[in-house]
Design a binder for this molecule. Structure first.
Ligand SMILES: C[S@@+](CC[C@H](N)C(=O)[O-])C[C@H]1O[C@@H](n2cnc3c(N)ncnc32)[C@H](O)[C@@H]1O
Length: 356
């Protein structure tokens, strides 16, 4: 697929017409949850808030089954909740939700220009709604001067310690600044930091088509579109030229399931790091540097004992360590409902590697 006919990633519309139970304020909750458990679809009718009520009830029901103590339990709860809540549907007509007191969501027009009457899972509508607020209002990223307007389904940072590490490293960087490659560019924050520190060009890639579509849209007609070039593709995509700097803020957790597009920002498979290092070596100038942003999240939550960057340094035979900077992450707010005690020991890491 070429970059000009990228297919946007969006919640799959469901054709109306299937026989579906309705859920209104007066409907019996227990019967509805039983229907969900047996795999039936439920259609939210009348008021948008009916969808919120049903989701709340489903959440309480599942919380009793998964009391949410360990990280693993949290994952199981989320996976069950994801499966059942996605059976709760809501109708979209002429790019609007048909229920009363519903939010207006611009994505219904932007992502479904050709589809007029369809159903979507309620949690997807919630996701579209929040994503619209972020996109429309923009998100402030402290270390860069501009707000970013993340496109639907594209990862953007919500904590910034790793970006502060990178910003500080760039302040002291004395190497050439002709070009850099930004692997997994997302909504472009690392490339924007590179620009802030005087890099002339950045070549970005992403496997998420929405990242590419979103950046094309936001940079259109601006100076940035000449400075940041992007390609839809795995790891380095079409960028073959040697460069002095390769940056990658990869996913931080090993995957335990098949990945969808947004998950690919968070979970890595077995091949991602080994393939990255093989390909990075082919593109790094002799005095060049690789900068990887990482975290000890996988280790402190006991999801893995492995550290893919340490593995590479020990066994890869390609790179040696130039620098490793660490910064602890602010403990989660006491108001946070989920059990996140492990956050108190979380550290983000900036790894700088050079060729052996
Ligand atoms: C943690 S996010 C970082 C995004 C952005 N660089 C930032 O720092 O905000 C990781 C990004 O890498 C992308 N990604 C994951 N696997 C990839 C691969 N094999 N090749 C290219 N990009 C990938 C994801 O889609 C996601 O946008």
């Amino acid at each position: 697929m070429t970059n000009t006919d990228l297919k946007v990633n969006r919640p799959e519309p469901i054709k109306p017409g299937v026989e579906i139970r309705s859920f209104l304020q007066v409907t019996d909750i227990k019967e509805t949850i039983d229907a969900l458990l047996s795999g039936e679809y439920i259609l939210i009718e009348d008021l948008y808030s009916n969808g919120l009520i049903l989701l709340n009830e489903l959440q309480s029901y599942l919380k009793n089954i998964h009391p949410n103590e360990s990280f693993q339990e949290q994952r199981e709860f989320r996976s069950e909740y994801r499966k059942l809540s996605n059976l709760i549907l809501i109708q979209v007509k002429e790019h609007k939700l048909t229920v009363k007191k519903a939010p207006w969501i611009g994505w219904l027009e932007k992502l479904y220009p050709e589809t007029n009457d369809f159903l979507l899972p309620f949690p997807q509508i919630q996701g579209l709604n929040s994503a619209w607020q972020w996109y429309n209002n923009g998100v402030i990223i402290p270390v860069i001067r501009n707000k970013v307007h993340p496109y639907y389904g594209v990862y953007f940072p919500t904590r910034f310690e790793h970006l502060q590490l990178f910003d500080n490293w760039l302040k002291r960087y004395e190497g050439p600044k002709k070009s850099a490659i930004d692997v997994g560019i997302g909504c472009g924050v690392l490339s924007l930091l590179l620009m802030k520190h005087g890099f002339q060009k950045s070549f970005g890639t992403d496997v998420n088509p929405n990242a590419i579509i979103g950046l094309k849209e936001s940079m259109k007609g601006t100076k940035l579109s000449h400075k940041i070039e992007i390609d839809y593709g795995h790891l380095f995509g079409k960028w073959e030229k040697l460069t002095e700097l390769i940056v990658f803020n990869p996913p931080w957790l090993p995957s335990s399931h098949d990945l969808d597009r947004l998950d690919e920002a968070i979970y890595y498979n077995d091949k991602l790091f080994p393939d990255f290092f093989v390909e990075a070596k082919k593109r790094l100038l002799p005095e060049g540097r690789i900068v990887l942003l990482f975290s000890n999240l996988g280790q402190i939550t006991n999801v893995t004992k492995e550290h893919p960057i340490e593995n590479e340094l020990l066994n890869g035979g390609r790179f040696e360590l130039d620098k490793c900077l660490k910064k602890s992450v602010k403990a989660a707010s006491v108001k946070t409902k989920r059990n996140q005690h492990w956050r108190s020991t979380e550290e983000v890491e900036l790894w700088v590697l050079k060729l052996k």
